[in-house]
Design a protein around this ligand. Structure first.
Ligand code: ARG
Length: 463
């Protein structure tokens, strides 16, 4: 049997394999709510413009309302023979209201319909994600306030570099997530134009009001070019790019949590809520949630590269290749929402071992820069020379197997005679972090101020 939606030109139905490769209902059923909202707005506009009767529009709206209820309650039966969500809904509408259903598709095509539905889905997801990301920032900031003065090693090249505070480290992620939210917000602003009414590609000869449907669906305006309206998938690509960067941020933190939770680092542990045991090694506590956040970045970045590759050779306008835009996007965005929630839980739950972090902060001659700075400040030495002198002192301490403060004054003076006892005051890690008061530096007072500023922004909802 040929398809009832477009079978006029066809004498037979599709091959079974054709049906399998062609159908998208297995995944685009997720667009049901957006599809129905778009159709309701379209029908109302058609009636207002006198393109269909008010009676037909009312039946269409009632039928669509019922379909929405059926889909929500799970009683709707989706058919693969009807290919996609658009035709499933329209076919059910015909069962419910008869001939009037056939008027809904006036001045519309599945090309502008799917562009609309997917935009709406992406927009809804970005809005939900923003709430999750704000929660994650709040978790960082609250823990940063508690740990504004907890000293830990700061690393470059994963080598102890200079002492920092744990609060400062958490605020670094707050900044990153703040930029992520900004990127999603930018993408949302750009995507908020309505493609409905572009029809197949050229627009329509019916006197439609695209501004009306755009407004009804919460868009800023209709898209300006009908070809672009059905050919464009920038709105997904941009969001997937922002999602990939965000996933990379989460993955970096996940990697740090994995490191911190090792017995070798021992900087922090995760509670039972975010760890698993081993079926064979009774002593193990594995940071699976962190590992999965790290791992899921792969599929998110994969969705972006996958869709870029799908789009790159397509002539204008719509090609069926573009149906491949959905599964990866659904999967990636659902994964990201889950990762954000898991990371928020882990951050709230993390138990830092502050004594151990502070002890580690002093190892590896992490206050050597403080010593060099003291030589510059107190002895008026050029920094390059101070660097050299400090290097010799570090070499001596290393040779003796002691920390910098384990050398006695004569040993220091053998290298630089002008050094006095006062130098011992700057070699401790707490002094080191407290002295980093430059804007954006790690001093506990700075961290408290920055955390409070973030908290204010988060509370006033404009972060
Ligand atoms: N299922 C299709 C998609 O996801 C809907 C658009 C179909 N358009 C068409 N001309 N065949 O892209």
């Amino acid at each position: 049997m040929s398809n009832t939606m477009w079978g006029g030109r066809f004498s037979s139905g599709p091959d079974a394999i054709m049906e399998e490769i062609n159908a998208s209902i297995g995944f685009d059923y997720r667009l049901a709510a957006q599809d129905i909202a778009g159709s309701r707005a379209h029908a109302a506009m058609l009636a207002k413009q006198g393109i269909i009767s008010a009676d037909d529009a009312a039946s269409i709206d009632r039928g669509l309302g019922q379909i929405a209820t059926e889909i929500e309650s799970g009683s709707f039966s989706f058919s693969r023979a009807l290919e996609d969500i658009h035709m499933n809904v329209e076919s059910r509408l015909a069962d419910l209201i008869g001939d009037a259903a056939g008027r809904l598709h006036t001045a519309r095509s599945r090309n502008d319909q799917v562009a609309l539905d997917f935009r709406l889905w992406v927009r809804d997801t970005v809005d939900a994600l923003d709430i999750g990301l704000a929660d994650l920032q709040r978790a960082f900031v609250e823990r940063a306030i508690d740990h504004a003065a907890s000293v830990m090693p700061g690393f470059t090249h994963l080598q102890s570099a200079q002492p920092v505070t744990f609060g400062h480290h958490l605020l670094a992620y707050t900044e990153m997530v703040g930029r992520d939210r900004g990127r999603f917000r930018d993408a949302r602003n750009r995507l908020n134009e309505c493609p409905l009414g572009a029809a197949a590609l050229a627009g329509t000869s019916f006197p439609i009001d695209r501004h009306m449907t755009a407004q009804a669906l919460g868009f800023d305006r209709p898209t300006a070019n009908s070809l672009d309206s059905v050919a464009d998938r920038d709105f997904v690509l941009e969001v997937l790019a922002a999602a990939s960067i965000c996933a990379v941020h989460l993955s970096r933190l996940a990697e740090e949590i994995v490191l911190w939770a090792t017995p070798q680092f021992g900087f922090a542990s995760l509670s039972d809520k975010f760890s698993t045991g081993s079926s064979i090694m009774p002593q193990k506590r594995n940071p699976d949630a962190a590992e999965l956040v790290r791992g899921k970045s792969g599929r998110i970045i994969g969705a972006l590269t996958g869709l870029l590759i799908v789009m790159k050779g397509l002539p204008l306008t719509y090609s069926k290749d573009m149906q491949e835009d959905k599964e990866g996007t659904f999967d990636a965005m659902n994964a990201l929402v889950l990762c954000v929630a898991a990371m928020t839980g882990m951050v709230r739950d993390l138990k830092p071992d502050t004594a151990r972090m502070e002890a580690a902060a002093g190892s590896g001659y992490a206050t050597a820069t403080d010593l060099a700075d003291w030589l510059v400040r107190r002895l008026d030495m050029p920094f390059r020379r101070a660097h050299h002198v400090t290097g010799r002192i570090v070499a001596l301490a290393s040779e003796r197997g002691v920390p910098l403060e384990g050398l006695d004054l004569p040993a220091l003076q053998a290298i630089e005679p002008a050094i006095t006892n006062e130098v011992f005051g700057v070699l401790g890690v707490r002094h080191s972090v407290a002295s980093r008061t430059s804007y954006g530096g790690t001093a506990p007072d700075n961290v408290r101020q920055q955390a409070q500023a973030w908290l204010n922004r988060l509370n006033s909802l404009q972060a």
